[in-house]
Design a protein around this ligand. Structure first.
Ligand code: ADP
Ligand code: MG
Length: 700
C-alpha cells in the first residue's frame, strides 16, 4: 500500500476546491486546514435540529431550539459601567421569551421593530423573569410559511472569517469526490471486522451528513457506529503518535549521572522539615531516571502544597554536584521569584540566577554570559528562558513547573534548546514536568503516554483541610465582618478579584477599586494590593510585606494563583467564583491551609447561579482533594478546558473525547501495538490524517 503523497486525492491543496482562492486558503489555515483530507477530517462538533419549530410555551432551558414569534416590545436596558443591552420580547400563542443582545447596531434595532415575525435559533436560559436567548441567530420571516431545514444541521468548529456555510460547501464538494472511492482506508480490515466498524468512506459520509431521522441527542453523544469508528481511529492515531515520540526520545542520549547517597542525605538533613513518604518515593524515581543514559521524561503530579519544589531541588542537587546546569521554568514571575529565593537558600546565592522578561540591556547580557559560560548552575526563569539568545553551556536537567500553562510546543522547543555537545556526544537534557493540575490516571496514560508518571499523593503532616463555603454577593457584609474578625486575631486574608472581561487592564482596575473600598470598609485592617500591571519589584515588595505580616489583607487578581506561600494566611475570599474553572479555584484555594491553622475559603457568586454553577461550586465545598475536583470538572466541562490545552494543540481531538470514550482505551492500546508490528506502513498516514500539522511535534 505504498502511495506517493503528491499523487493521492487527500493531499491535494484546498485550492483545487471551488470557492477557495489564496485569501480563503489563508483563513482555512487558521483551522489547520491545508488539503482535501483536512476538510474531510474537519468533523462536525455537534448537530442541530432545525427541522421543527418549538412552541415558546414548551421551551426548556439548556437545549438549542428553533422558535418563532412576534416581537411585542423592545427596549434598551442600562446595566452600569456604560454597558447596555437590547431586550426583545417575543411571543407566540403559547408563551413568550426574551431575546437579549449585548452588541447591536442602530440598523439592527430598527429591524427588530414591534410586530416583526422572527425565527430564532439558540439556547434558552433562565433569565430574571422568563426564559432568555442571548444573541440568537435570527431571521425575519413573513408568515409562518417559510420552510424549515430538511435534514439535521452539522455544526463545524469555525474561526474568524470562516463560516458554517463555507465549511458546508467545502465538505459537500469533498464528500462527492471521496464517494468515488479514492480515499485510502488505513485501518486494517481485521480491526474493522473485530469491532464491526463501517468502512471509512461510509463513516465519513454519515458523520458529515446524518440522516434526518437519526436522533440528534444520540449523535451529540457520538454514539452512532460511524462516529465510533472515527473516534476509535482518532484515539489510535494519538496513541501511535505518542508512542513514536517516546521512541524517538528514548533513542537520544542524555547525561548519565552518578548519585551519591551521602550527599543526597546531607542535602535532606539541612531542610527545615522531614520529607513525606511520597516525596521520598518520587525523588527516588527521578534519581533512578537520572542514572540512565537516555533522557528522563517524567510528569510529577502533586496537589497544591504537596511540596513539589523540594523534589525538584533534590534532583538539582545531583546535577550541580556533577558540575552541570539545572534550569527551572515557571509560568509567572512571582512564582519564579519564589523558587529563586528558595534555591538561593538551599544552594547559595552565587550558583543561582534568575532570568525574566524584565531583564534588559547590560544586565541581561551579563546574565546570558553567566548562563553560556556555565558560571551559573541553577537557572530559574519564566518564558524568557526560551529566547533565541539564551544558550546554556551544559544543561542536564530541565524542570517545567505548572506545566498546564505551557504548551507541548514550548516544552519541546526548550528541550531542543538544551541540546549540547559533550565531546562528540549530542546531549539532550532530562526533563521533569511538575503540575498541580490533577490528571486522572486514564488521562495521564493517554494524553501523556509519552511521559513516565509520578504522583505525590500525600500532603505534609499537620495540614488541615480548608473549609469552603459558597455565598452570594448579597452576603458581602457578613464576609467583611469575617475578615475583620480574622485580622483582629492576627490572621491574614486574601481577597481575589476576578472579572469577566478578558482585558488585564480592566481586571487590575477593578482590583484597585476593590482595594480602596475594602480599606474604607475595614478601618483597622492594613490592606495591600497586587496585580499583573504592577512592576515586578512592586509586586515582590507587596508579597514580601504580606509575608512579614505588615499587610493583613492582600487584594489580588488571579496573579497569585500559583506560587505565593504565606502559611499565616488562613482566609481567602474569591469574588465571582462562578466564572473561574474549578482547577483554578482549587489552585487559588491552595494558598490557604498552609500553616497549622484551620483555614477557610469563601466562594462568592453573583446571583442567580445556574444549575451547572451550583454543581461546580458544590464540588469544591465537598472535597479538598484535587483529584476528585479534576475528575468532576472533567466530567462537567471536558478535557480541553480542564487541561488548558485548547489553545496549545495538545489533545485537541476532532471527534473523540478522552473522558466520554475512556472505555475504548484498552482496545486502542492493543490495536496500536498490533499496527506497529503488523502494519507499520499505516502508522505515518494515520498520524498525519488525524493530527495533521500537530504531528510535527512528535518528531522533534
Ligand atoms: P507545591 O507542590 O504546591 O509546589 P511547594 O513546593 O510550594 O508546594 O511547598 C509548599 C510549602 O510546603 C512550602 O512552604 C514548603 O517549604 C513546604 N513543604 C514542602 N515539603 C514539606 C514537608 N515534607 N513538610 C513540611 N513542609 C513542607
Ligand atoms: Mg509549586
Amino acid at each position: 500500500m505504498q502511495v506517493d503523497d503528491k499523487e493521492t486525492l487527500e493531499y491535494q491543496s484546498v485550492q483545487v476546491l471551488k470557492g477557495v482562492g489564496q485569501a480563503v486558503a489563508e483563513k482555512l489555515e487558521r483551522l489547520e486546514i491545508y488539503n482535501i483530507q483536512d476538510v474531510l477530517f474537519h468533523l462536525p462538533m455537534r448537530y442541530e435540529d432545525r427541522t421543527k419549530i418549538t412552541a415558546l410555551g414548551a421551551l426548556q432551558p439548556g437545549q438549542p431550539v428553533l422558535v418563532e414569534g412576534i416581537i411585542e416590545h423592545s427596549e434598551i436596558k442600562f446595566m452600569g459601567r456604560g454597558r447596555r443591552s437590547l431586550l426583545c420580547y417575543l411571543s407566540d400563542n403559547t408563551g413568550g421569551i426574551v431575546l437579549r443582545f449585548f452588541h447591536f447596531s442602530k440598523a439592527q434595532q430598527a429591524r427588530l421593530a414591534n410586530g416583526t415575525r422572527l425565527r430564532c435559533f439558540g439556547e434558552a436560559r433562565r433569565g430574571a423573569a422568563r426564559l432568555e436567548i442571548i444573541h440568537p441567530e435570527y431571521q425575519v420571516v413573513q408568515q409562518s410559511d417559510e420552510t424549515v431545514e430538511q435534514s439535521l444541521t452539522p455544526v463545524y468548529p469555525k474561526t474568524e472569517g470562516v463560516h458554517q456555510t463555507l465549511l458546508k460547501k467545502l465538505s459537500d464538494q469533498v464528500l462527492k469526490k471521496i464517494s468515488r472511492g479514492e480515499l485510502v482506508d488505513w485501518l486494517p480490515a481485521a480491526v474493522a471486522e473485530k469491532y464491526r466498524f463501517p468502512d471509512l468512506v461510509s463513516a465519513l459520509l454519515r458523520v458529515h451528513r446524518p440522516d434526518k431521522d437519526e436522533n440528534v441527542f444520540a449523535l451529540n453523544q457520538c454514539s452512532s457506529k460511524a462516529q465510533q469508528r472515527l473516534l476509535f481511529e482518532e484515539l489510535l492515531a494519538h496513541q501511535l503518535s505518542l508512542l513514536q515520540s517516546r521512541l524517538a526520545t528514548k533513542q537520544t542520549t542524555a547525561k548519565k549521572l552518578t548519585i551519591d547517597e551521602d550527599d543526597h542525605a546531607r542535602f535532606l538533613r539541612q531542610l527545615p522539615f522531614q520529607l513525606t513518604a511520597a516525596q521520598h518515593r518520587v525523588i527516588g524515581e527521578i534519581l533512578a531516571d537520572l542514572e540512565q543514559s537516555h533522557p528522563m521524561l517524567r510528569l510529577v503530579q502533586g496537589d497544591v502544597g504537596s511540596g513539589k519544589t523540594v523534589v525538584a531541588a533534590a534532583a538539582a542537587r545531583a546535577v550541580i554536584d556533577g558540575g552541570y546546569q539545572f534550569a527551572l521554568m515557571a509560568p509567572t514571575e512571582i512564582l519564579a521569584e519564589q523558587h529563586f529565593s528558595n534555591f538561593k537558600q538551599w544552594f547559595g546565592e552565587e550558583r543561582c540566577l534568575m532570568l525574566s522578561g524584565k531583564d534588559k540591556g547590560k544586565k541581561r547580557e551579563q546574565k546570558l554570559e553567566r548562563i553560556a559560560s556555565g558560571n551559573s548552575q541553577i537557572i530559574i526563569g519564566t518564558h524568557a528562558l526560551f529566547q533565541d539568545d539564551v544558550a546554556f553551556s551544559s544543561l542536564v536537567l530541565l524542570v517545567v513547573d505548572e506545566q498546564h500553562r505551557f504548551g507541548v510546543h514550548q516544552r519541546l522547543a526548550l528541550r531542543e534548546k538544551g541540546r549540547f555537545m559533550a565531546g562528540r556526544e549530542d546531549i539532550v537534557p532530562h526533563q521533569l514536568i511538575m503540575t498541580a493540575t490533577p490528571i486522572p490516571r486514564s488521562l495521564a496514560m493517554t494524553a501523556y503516554a509519552d511521559l513516565d508518571y509520578s504522583v505525590i499523593d500525600e500532603l505534609p503532616k499537620g495540614r488541615k483541610p480548608v473549609t469552603t463555603v459558597v455565598v452570594s454577593t448579597g452576603r458581602r457584609d457578613d464576609v467583611i465582618a469575617r475578615i475583620e474578625k480574622a485580622c483582629e486575631n492576627g490572621e491574614q486574608a486574601y481577597w481575589v478579584c476576578t472579572l469577566v472581561e478578558e482585558s488585564e487592564f480592566l481586571q487590575c482596575q477593578a482590583a484597585e477599586v476593590t482595594a480602596a473600598q475594602l480599606s474604607k470598609e475595614l478601618g483597622g485592617v492594613r490592606v495591600g494590593l497586587v496585580h499583573g500591571r504592577m512592576k515586578q519589584e512592586q509586586k515582590q515588595s507587596v508579597v514580601e510585606r504580606f509575608k512579614n505580616c505588615e499587610i493583613d489583607l492582600l487584594v489580588a487578581t488571579t496573579v497569585i494563583e500559583v506560587g505565593v506561600d504565606v502559611p499565616n494566611a488562613s482566609l481567602m475570599v474569591i469574588e465571582n467564583a462562578e466564572r473561574l474553572g474549578l482547577a483554578q479555584l482549587h489552585q487559588l484555594r491552595g494558598r490557604v491551609g498552609r500553616g497549622g491553622k484551620q483555614s477557610a475559603c469563601v466562594l462568592m457568586y453573583q446571583a442567580p447561579l445556574s444549575e451547572m454553577g451550583k454543581q461546580r461550586l458544590g464540588i469544591l465545598r465537598q472535597t479538598n482533594d484535587g483529584f476528585k475536583v479534576a475528575e468532576k470538572d472533567l466530567e462537567l466541562r471536558g478535557p480541553g478546558e480542564v487541561l488548558g490545552t485548547r489553545q496549545t494543540g495538545l489533545m485537541q481531538m476532532r471527534i473523540a473525547d478522552i473522558v466520554r470514550d475512556e472505555k475504548w482505551f484498552p482496545e486502542v492500546k492493543k490495536t496500536a501495538s498490533y499496527i506497529i508490528s503488523h502494519h507499520p506502513q499505516a502508522v505515518k498516514p494515520l498520524v498525519r490524517r488525524w493530527l495533521g500539522k500537530a504531528d510535527r511535534f512528535a518528531n522533534v
